[in-house]
Every structure is written in C-alpha cells, then in structure tokens.
Design a protein around this ligand. Structure first.
Ligand code: ATP
Ligand code: MG
Length: 287
C-alpha cells in the first residue's frame, strides 16, 4: 500500500500541500500499527539475508527532512532487525575542507553500498539543492569557478543527480528516497520537548530554530526538488511524519515492497557442490 500511496510520479505535477503530515491510513494508534510494523520488520530481515547471499543488487535508501522530523529514529527502528553486517548508515553534515575541494557528488559516492548491502544516507547530496540553495552564502564558499555559477545551477544539479541515479540503477543499485513530511506545528512541539526534557536537551540546536524561520522557503525548495528529481528508477516517497510510529511503518512497507520486487533468493547449490557437501558430512560423521 505504501509503495503506491506515497510515491511521487515523474509524469505528474507535485504539490506538497496535497500531502497530509498527520495521515495514518487505516491505523488509529501506535498500538494498532504495532503488529503491522513487526511483520514488516520480520520480512525485511528475511529479504536482507537473501540480498546479502545473492550478492547482486545493492539498495540505497536516502532520507531527507527538516530537523526533528524523525530521520534518526526511523533509521534506527527500521534497521533494528537487520544484520548490521549487511547494512551501512552514513550521516552527512556540513562538508569538510577536503570535501569542498571535490565535486558535490564525491563524498557520498565513496559511501555507496556494495552489492548485497543496504546503504542508508541520513541526509545526502540532496543538501546541495536544499540548504545550499536556501543559503546562497554556502554556495559562495564552494570554490566553484565563477563562470560556472549561473542561475541555471540548480537545474544543472537536478540533471546531474538524475543522470547519476540512472547510472547507479543501471549498475544494480536500487534507490528509494524518503522525504519525512513533518508539519511546522509538530516540529515546534518536538523542539519544545527537547528544551523541556533534560534527556533530550543534547538534541537541541539553536541553529535549528534559526532554520525554522525559513520554513516556507524550505518547503518551496523541497517541492521543486522532489518534482524535478523523482524518477521511475529513483522515486521520492513523501512520508507523513507527524506520528513517528506511522513514519516507521510506512518506510518499512516501502522498503519491503521494493525488495520483494527484486526476486531475491538464496543461491542454488549445484550438483557438484551438493556432492561436496555429502562428502563433508561423511567425513564429519566418521568422527
Ligand atoms: P540532523 O539534524 O540530521 O539530525 P545533526 O543535528 O546531528 O543531524 P547537524 O550538526 O545539524 O547534525 O548537521 C547537519 C547539518 O549539516 C544540517 O543543517 C545540514 O543542512 C548541513 N549540511 C549537510 N550537508 C550539507 C552540505 N552539502 N552543505 C552544507 N550544509 C550541509
Ligand atoms: Mg541538526
């Protein structure tokens, strides 16, 4: 269900206002959704084992959102069941001096998942058409030759991202991108909770409240970016994020549905291998 409902189609106009951050579908409460989530996580564990054993496909999951939308907790919960050896999570913060000395896809390219693995990007190269666009002073520090910085730069970055994702998918990396759609009001409440509860204080960053003042600018930028970069091979999913329990369930559903389409299976044992296994058994049984 999630795969279809939240997927952004490349051939249609995309409007963020058509997506309700408070949506919870047929589930009324966290309790109500619990079984569904647990079943989803069990399926995911099983699919991931096969992905690993088959060693052909790689899966790349990209998470983007405003602060406090719940990226960290979704990643933690959805990946909690899978074998850590088959899954790698990378978080991308403001780039280092070394990273700024390279093209904008460099640092994330080094972290792409290998065949058989699930790679998770907590923020990604999409920051390059989000925070960098909302704050022109960040672009100014990217050391690009001035002749290349024109008003076409965002369109060019969308194109480069699209080409890069097509290239990856043609090489066996399956890409799914999630925008966790939290409302401005819910974000406010989560920030207040970070201030009120001592054990959440560490998560509070004054800079996040500054960013919040540009909420409308961010929403416009997200909307344009999602419309321009959703594609058949690397679709965006706009996931309702005002209820964390629903966000987890919906993200897990999309991943499960995606992996079910891959026809994953354990490698088959050949006749020669089977005979070898029988010889091994005979040896072991002999003492
Ligand atoms: P998060 O907010 O994702 O939970 P965090 O609070 O642990 O993570 P921050 O120190 O807030 O980490 O780092 C993320 C910050 O880095 C965000 O404000 C993000 O916009 C910024 N960032 C990420 N990629 C880039 C980039 N390519 N250029 C500039 N800023 C970036
Ligand atoms: Mg932050």
């Amino acid at each position: 269900m999630a795969e279809d409902r939240f997927r952004v189609r490349p051939d249609r106009k995309f409007r963020l206002e058509d997506h309700d951050p408070g949506f919870t579908g047929r589930f009324e409460s966290k309790e109500d959704g619990k079984r569904h989530l647990e079943e989803g996580l069990a399926k995911l564990r099983d699919l991931q084992e096969k992905l690993y054993a088959q060693d052909q496909w790689a899966v790349l999951l990209i998470f983007q959102a405003m602060d406090a939308a719940g990226k960290d907790s979704v990643i933690e919960h959805v990946m909690s069941g899978v074998n850590p050896q088959g899954c790698q999570v990378f978080s991308f913060k403001a780039p280092s001096a070394e990273e700024l000395d390279h093209d904008f896809l460099w640092r994330t390219t080094r972290c792409l998942p290998e065949r058989g693995r699930i790679g998770v990007f907590n923020r990604s190269y999409y920051e390059e058409v989000l925070v960098v666009r909302v704050h022109p002073q960040i672009l100014a520090k990217q050391k690009l030759p001035p002749a290349l910085v024109t008003d076409r730069i965002w369109k060019e970055r969308y194109e480069d991202i699209g080409a890069f994702e097509r290239y990856l998918s043609r090489n066996g990396t399956v890409i799914r991108k999630f925008f966790l759609n939290v409302s401005k009001e819910e974000q406010r409440e989560r920030f207040l909770a970070r201030l009120d509860q001592p054990e959440k204080n560490w998560k509070f960053a004054a800079a996040d409240v500054e960013e919040r003042r540009q909420w409308d600018e961010y929403m416009k930028t997200y909307e344009e970016m999602i419309e321009a970069t959703t594609s058949e091979e690397a679709p965006w999913f706009v996931i309702p994020a005002d209820h964390k329990w629903f966000t987890r369930l919906a993200v897990a559903d999309v991943i499960v549905e995606t992996m079910q389409e891959l026809d994953l299976h354990f490698p088959e044992v050949s006749e020669a291998q089977r005979q070898e296994l029988q010889r091994a058994r005979a040896l072991l049984e002999g003492g």
